[in-house]
Design a protein around this ligand. Structure first.
Ligand code: GLA
Length: 394
């Protein structure tokens, strides 16, 4: 829990609206260990909610108007159900980009006939933006909790996650899968979450006690990543359409075995084939995760993480030079079982599975070598798997 950030949203609330907020909610970001770019292909993912989150301080406003303050941007916005479809504020001016996330949540809830009563709200986050740690899902899930608290309705966490995904797909315009909103909604302390993105069944897997998850932020951000992301998803859909000629029963790349893919890959355009190969092989890797972790075979699990990075770099082409440097250095350091980029890619963070005893030393050496090689000062920290989005007890 970041008490400094909680105090910040409380104090900003006091300044902007007067009085203390009635509620504070928190919704975490996530890190993903295995199963990258497979959620929208019905695959398996293995994320954990992290101990960085969006915090929102809010009170009801006795109208249907919601007044927001994004403390991180020092900007405000004012929304109502009437202005949502046109992406404008109540005064008719366009909504700033950051406001599309809360506005999208309001829109998605209204499509489900769920009340979004007026709020006065201040929010801030310590999930770095654009870093592959799902800062946007954490904002969405924080607003879900706020409207659920005041709206007189209650949904199971997975249903809230699905509505937030709908907001992101149809309001924000990123064709993302369910992983990020799921992890932010359903996180469990000290546990990894294994989700079947087709059936939406999930279970927790304990992280072995002698391991640490280390997040390494390259500090590099790429612009226009949502366009590239949507292109990757379109390539997967194109692959399914072509492969259906020979495999008429497939619904998604989840249904294509590695053997069938090897036999048929030559029929696909080259780029489509590379994208689809990553997905088919990554789903195969993620299927092995549970048994390996349960058997304590961390060595092999780490190798799968390393293979995943190579595949994201060479086949899916979502890495960048700085991510590759961060991964290469990490893999050469003592105590590191596996390292790879996490999240959508195109800059952002890597995830590293490291022997607990060596995690501090690992983090320091990685930071030093990365900075020497790239000139960027990274941010490297040991994370803890945390609980999902929740209303805090004040
Ligand atoms: C982003 C998306 C997720 C997922 C990852 C890649 O984080 O929001 O749905 O596709 O990229 O695994």
């Amino acid at each position: 829990m970041n008490t400094e950030l909680i105090n910040r949203v409380k104090n900003t609330f006091q300044e902007k609206f007067g009085g203390t907020p009635a509620h504070i909610a928190r919704a975490p970001g996530r890190v993903n260990l295995l199963g990258e770019h497979v959620d929208y292909n019905d695959g398996f993912v293995l994320p954990a909610a992290i101990d960085r989150a969006t915090y929102i301080a809010f009170s009801p406003d006795n109208s249907d108007q919601t007044t927001l303050v994004a403390a991180d941007f020092n900007q405000g916005a004012s929304l109502s159900p009437q202005t949502i479809p046109s992406k404008t504020q109540t005064d008719g001016s366009p909504l700033a980009e950051w406001a599309h996330y809360p506005a999208g949540v309001m829109w998605a809830l209204s499509t489900g006939q769920l009340a979004t009563p007026g709020l006065n709200a201040v929010y801030a986050s310590d999930v770095p933006r654009g870093s592959g740690l799902s800062s946007s899902a954490s904002v969405e899930m924080a607003f879900m909790i706020a409207w659920q608290t005041l709206g007189g309705w209650m949904l199971p966490p997975m249903q809230r996650a699905l509505l937030a995904q709908k907001a992101e797909n149809h309001y924000v315009g990123v064709n993302c899968g369910i992983m990020d909103q799921f992890a932010s909604a359903c996180g469990v302390e000290n546990k990894l979450l294994l989700l079947d993105c087709r059936s939406l069944e999930w279970k927790t897997i304990p992280l072995p006690e002698d391991l640490s998850i280390v997040i390494a932020d390259t500090k590099v951000r790429r612009a226009l990543t949502s366009g590239e992301y949507n292109k990757r998803r379109a390539a997967c859909e194109a692959a399914v359409q072509s492969l259906k000629e020979d495999l008429p029963d497939i619904q998604s790349l989840r249904d294509v075995s590695v053997e069938d893919f090897n036999r048929l890959a030559g029929k696909l355009p080259q780029v489509v084939s590379k994208r689809a190969r990553h997905v088919v092989e990554e789903i195969e890797r993620s299927k092995q995760a549970e048994a390996l972790l349960e058997a304590g075979n961390i060595q092999h699990f780490g190798e799968l993480m390393n293979e995943c990075h190579v595949s994201l770099r060479d086949l899916y082409e979502v890495s960048c030079p700085e991510l590759d440097v961060m991964v290469r250095i990490a893999q050469s350091l003592e105590g590191c079982y596996g390292a790879r980029l996490t999240g959508a890619g195109f800059g952002g963070c890597t995830v590293n599975l490291v022997a607990r005893e060596q995690a501090e030393q690992f983090s320091q050496s990685l930071a030093k070598s990365y900075e020497t090689e790239t000139g960027y000062a990274p941010e490297i920290y040991i994370t803890r798997a945390s609980t999902g989005a929740e209303l805090l007890k004040l």
